[in-house]
Design a protein around this ligand. Structure first.
Ligand SMILES: [Zn+2]
Length: 322
């Protein structure tokens, strides 16, 4: 029957209160209703029973998700002052669940505190630690008069009141969803897509810049030397100071024509900005690779690389070799 339900229904989680520290507590909606109904019917003295469900261990061994699937009330005298659970009942229920082989265990217990607030008495605490010693087993307390509910866990004598819990609501697949809600969901999905897109684009741009900044320059120099588009740096050095540039002679031969295209009045290591120039174009002219423009920016301490008046003299750095 359960399996059949899973085919035709889907579930949704609703958080009540705050998502707090673990364990993560999840009530099936019908269990929550059952508990509330039970609490309303027994509005004098303490009443309660067992909580049965499943425990899933999350990534770390100390983190659990507890799914409460059933509430099994314990018969109690009307007006009983406190809920006393028998150890024999705990064992019998445990055995029965094991035999059913559906992975269900006793995930804790629940009881009412009609009109006297939500807390655990010393008796409650003692009973819990004796019968429900697992760190994921919960003590659930309801006070319908005060409209209060709370779940507690104890680990190594440390009591913790959970800040919230989830309600697992089963919804029919053909359940009518209001258009507004649908649209909202669609927009939410679109927004999520947009965020993913921005992240991917950011990663691409970042990755590209990273590649340009750190990967490309070291790789580039060889091609720069080969294509011999390095005239301004070498031009005059090639002709007037050949001694200093030991490695240059073979390159300067092939550069003669290129030199004239650029600017005859440049001195060694200088470039005069031409009309229509920008740093990319200059880097292209100088080294055959526009992506090397940051070397010009750094060498000239350009605060605004987009401001390049015609006639400005730029210092041209030596590119790092290797
Ligand atoms: Zn109590």
């Amino acid at each position: 029957m359960d399996k059949e339900r899973r085919v035709t229904f889907f579930t949704r989680r609703f958080l009540v209160g705050r998502a707090g520290p673990f364990p993560r507590l999840v009530f099936r909606e019908d269990v929550m209703l059952h508990l509330d109904q039970f609490a309303h019917l027994h509005n004098k003295g303490e009443h309660g029973g067992f909580l049965v469900g499943k425990v899933r261990e999350l990534k770390s061994s100390e983190r659990y998700e507890v799914l409460v699937e059933r509430f099994i009330p314990v018969t109690q005298m009307e007006g009983a002052v406190r809920l006393v659970l028998a150890e024999a009942d705990v064992r019998a229920l445990g055995r029965a669940l094991k035999q059913r082989q559906e992975g269900e265990v006793i995930v804790g217990w629940a009881h009412t505190h009609p009109g006297f607030g939500v807390f655990l008495s010393d008796f409650d605490k003692e009973q819990h630690q004796r019968l429900f010693p697992e760190p994921w087993q919960i003590a659930y307390v309801m006070d319908t008069q005060a409209q209060e509910r709370a779940a507690y866990v104890a680990a190594d004598d440390q009591w913790q009141r959970l800040e919230g819990y989830y309600i697992l609501k089963e919804m029919a697949e053909n359940e009518i969803v209001l258009p507004a809600a649908q649209a909202g969901r669609r927009w939410g999905r679109l927004a999520a897509l947009a965020v993913v897109f921005v992240l991917i684009a950011g990663a691409l741009v970042w990755g590209y810049n990273w590649a340009m900044d750190f990967v490309k320059p070291p790789e580039e120099p060889p091609p720069v030397v080969e294509t011999a588009v390095k005239p301004p740096v070498v031009v005059n050095g090639g002709s007037s100071q050949p001694v200093e540039k030991e490695e240059e002679p073979p390159q300067s031969q092939g550069q003669a024509p290129a030199v004239e295209e650029i600017e005859t009045e440049t001195r060694s290591g200088e470039y005069i900005v031409q009309s229509g120039d920008n740093l990319w174009i200059i880097a292209e002219k100088l080294w055959g690779d526009p992506r090397l423009f940051p070397y010009i920016v750094i060498e000239n301490d350009l605060e605004d690389p987009s401001y390049l008046p015609v006639g400005k003299v730029l210092l041209i750095p030596e590119l790092p070799r290797n």
